[in-house]
Design a protein around this ligand. Structure first.
Ligand code: SF4
Length: 336
């Protein structure tokens, strides 16, 4: 068992994650709700309290993120099985994902997500049945949504089992010194921020390499390809810096390599990192920490109306999970 990092200083540090940094860049109000949901523990309030509603809405997913999450869940399930000494079974995995999709869809359709805590909800063969679909929460049509999602994930699984990197990955996992599958406890301090390295898979090989695997279940929007690739590389770097920054057995950054597999297209990309990448990332994280300390101190200090919204509210707001609370006149800073 690896020693947990000492977090005395880290506990007080601003949290950085490339995903939330991206969210902040998209809409500061949306970021505010996400921050609030964690900060105020809305689940402790009554169901109608705005903080509780923010907490419930934060869990909503659209069909595409649901399909991506299902894929991640089944891959984690298969690889945990491999760690336990079993061989991967494609047919069993495809049957399981179909059953889980059905159980999750029923959970969402019955609105069981309202007031529920994800970690307390029952599992199906080890996979949580919790799901809160945007369409169910906002009363939109769901025709064909379950079938389409099942079909997508089924095809992605077939692409994965026929991917030429699949057997090397299984070999890696079976012979590794240590394997991390969606770990929750890999934390480190970097440029004054606390970073959680929640990688899809991390394999520590016996010859001193750290191999990251990441599943990317979407295609890039060509208009933002360069920007997206920059952010995506930063996301991987946030994971790659954990073995470089941890307390023990530190590695040089050139001993870390990332394999990104896209199950939609069946394509794989290999990514390496340099000291320059790390230096650029350090500047970005430092900037983030200073900005957050200025803008997001205490809930009562944040002036909601002064936060920037998305570039085009007409297009973005109708599909935003928080549109119900964002569109209401609520004096957020006065709530208790
Ligand atoms: S509804 Fe629009 S302005 Fe409000 S949080 Fe969502 S995207 Fe931002």
């Amino acid at each position: 068992m690896a020693k947990r990092p000492t977090l005395t200083a880290a506990d007080r540090a601003v949290e950085y994650s490339p995903t939330t940094a991206r969210l902040f860049g998209f809409c500061q109000k949306k970021f505010y709700f996400t921050w609030l949901a964690r900060r105020k523990q809305g689940w402790r309030k009554g169901l109608d309290h705005p903080w509780h509603r923010v907490y419930d809405l934060k869990q909503l997913k659209n069909r595409h993120t649901w399909a991506g999450d299902l894929y991640h869940e089944i891959l984690a399930h298969i690889l945990n099985d491999v760690c336990a000494g079993h061989e991967p079974d494609e047919d069993a995995a495809r049957r399981l994902i179909s059953d889980v999709a059905e159980a999750q869809f029923a959970f969402s359709a019955e609105h069981r997500f309202i007031g529920a805590t994800k970690s307390h909800v029952e599992k199906y063969n080890g996979i949580p049945t919790f799901l809160a679909l945007f369409e169910h929460a906002y009363g939109l049509p769901v025709d064909g949504l379950l079938e389409e999602t099942r079909l997508n994930v089924d095809q992605w699984l077939m692409h994965t089992f026929s991917w030429e990197g699949w057997l090397p990955l299984i070999d890696h996992v079976q012979s590794a010194r240590r394997v991390y599958i969606e770990p929750d406890n890999l934390l480190y301090l970097f440029a004054g921020a606390r970073i959680r390295a929640r990688m899809d898979v991390g394999v520590e090989t016996r010859d001193g390499l750290f191999v990251l695997y990441d599943w990317k279940c979407y295609n890039e929007d060509k208009r933002f390809a360069a920007y997206d690739q920059h952010l995506f590389k930063q996301q991987l770097l946030a994971y790659a810096l954990w073995p470089v920054s941890r307390e023990e057995l530190r590695l040089a950054i050139d001993r870390v390599v990332a394999h990104v597999f896209n199950p939609v297209t069946g394509e794989e990309r290999e990514i390496h990192f340099t000291e320059n990448d790390c230096a650029d990332f350090e500047i970005d994280v430092d900037r983030w920490v200073r900005l957050q300390r200025e803008m997001f101190t205490e809930v009562g200090d944040v002036v909601f109306d002064e936060l920037r919204g998305p570039y085009d509210p007409q297009r973005s707001c109708p599909w935003c999970s928080f549109k119900a609370v964002c569109g209401e006149e609520i004096l957020w800073h006065e709530l208790t």
